[in-house]
Design a binder for this molecule. Structure first.
Ligand code: 3EB
Length: 334
């Protein structure tokens, strides 16, 4: 099954391996886009030298490009990135263009179902009220998903973080089978947030299970100190981290996942010390838990941090437990 590990191994060595779908590097000022579609440079700075390596046993891996999309795929899954330069155009228009291109392309592939999307773009908190760039981005994304040729598509887990680079950067994972969305009983579903958070609710699921015969994964969205729909512990990153951990515990419990996370990413605003952050996260999940601390702007001004990750699931039948059913499957066209 698809999984992710963190590593300091040399990039060329990793790209020589036949099971590698993506090597993800972090660089606040990414240069030229790599020609190898499996090499993805995320426009955020990391506080450690780790990179991510996404692997799958379903090889061989093939790669390609189509317009702004670079992708790599096995028989079971596709990982790709889509980058649009942001030259000051309206961010709603750019978000719509990015998602329209991605969804139209997916419609022509065998792996049509989105399992995960990351969204990074600059100045995410610029603008007041409904003019805030994050809200405008959400509106463009929402429109493209609504207009999409993939009406049965379930909303995937996602992350939206502000970067410095002038680009709209999407990374995505897709597969042939639909993912099974999992919502968090401690939080209102983001796609049902009240009007005060913007003209279109953010289009994402809190988490999703993806499965194949070799096992599966629980893919968890960027998760923050939000209970119901309200931010908790404004100005206090340590208490925000504790609340975030309660949200992740609630979500993994709802998904019936007891395993440790394969890897975590922690996004923080400036002022959160990376050493203490890692210390606290590993204190919670275990000393061996891989975690990459990243610098970025969280999409709500009062949020200081956000954590996401992937939890491995046992192969069906391996535990003798019955497969759990999705609690709440929401199609994009709602
Ligand atoms: C939240 O829970 C925090 O707009 O894609 C987390 C994950 C957040 C994804 C997105 C936003 C997004 O509302 C923000």
């Amino acid at each position: 099954m698809l999984t992710v590990q963190t590593t300091t191994l040399n990039r060329e060595c990793l790209l020589d391996r036949p099971d590698v779908l993506a090597v993800v590097d972090f660089d606040a000022n990414p240069g030229e886009r790599p020609t190898d579609a499996r090499h993805i440079v995320t426009p955020l700075a990391a506080d450690t030298p780790y990179r991510e390596v996404w692997t799958s046993p379903s090889g061989p891996v093939t790669t390609g490009t189509s317009g702004a999309i670079h992708y790599a795929r096995t028989d079971s899954e596709t990982i790709g990135s889509l980058i649009l330069e942001d030259q000051g155009e309206d961010i709603e228009t750019l978000a719509h263009r990015a998602y329209a291109e991605l969804l139209a392309w997916l419609g022509q592939q065998n792996h049509q179902r989105l399992w995960r999307v990351w969204n990074f773009f600059s100045d995410i908190n610029d603008g007041e009220g409904d003019d805030e760039r994050y809200r405008r981005f959400s509106l463009g994304r929402h429109r493209a998903l609504r207009e999409s040729a993939l009406p049965e598509q379930a909303l995937p887990p996602a992350t939206a973080i502000g970067c410095e680079a002038a680009q709209v950067f999407l990374m995505f994972i897709a597969g042939a089978a639909p993912c099974e969305p999992v919502e968090n009983p401690r939080q209102i579903s983001a796609y049902r947030y009240p009007r005060q958070y913007g003209p279109a609710s953010p289009s994402f699921a809190r988490a999703a299970k993806v499965n194949n015969a070799a096992g599966g994964a629980l893919i968890v969205s960027g998760t923050a100190s939000i209970v119901g729909h309200e931010t908790r512990h404004e100005g206090d990153w340590r208490r925000q981290l504790d609340e975030t951990h309660r949200n992740l515990a609630s979500l993994t419990q709802r998904a019936d996942v007891a395993a440790a996370p394969a890897a975590l990413r922690a996004y923080t605003r400036p002022g959160v010390p990376a050493d203490e952050l890692i210390e606290r996260i590993q204190g919670h999940w275990g000393r061996e838990t891989p975690v990459i601390p990243l610098r970025g702007e969280i999409c709500r001004r009062d949020l200081l941090l956000e954590i996401e990750g992937l939890w491995p699931l046992a192969a069906p039948g391996a535990t003798g437990e019955p497969e759990s059913q999705p609690a709440d499957t929401t199609a994009i066209r709602t």
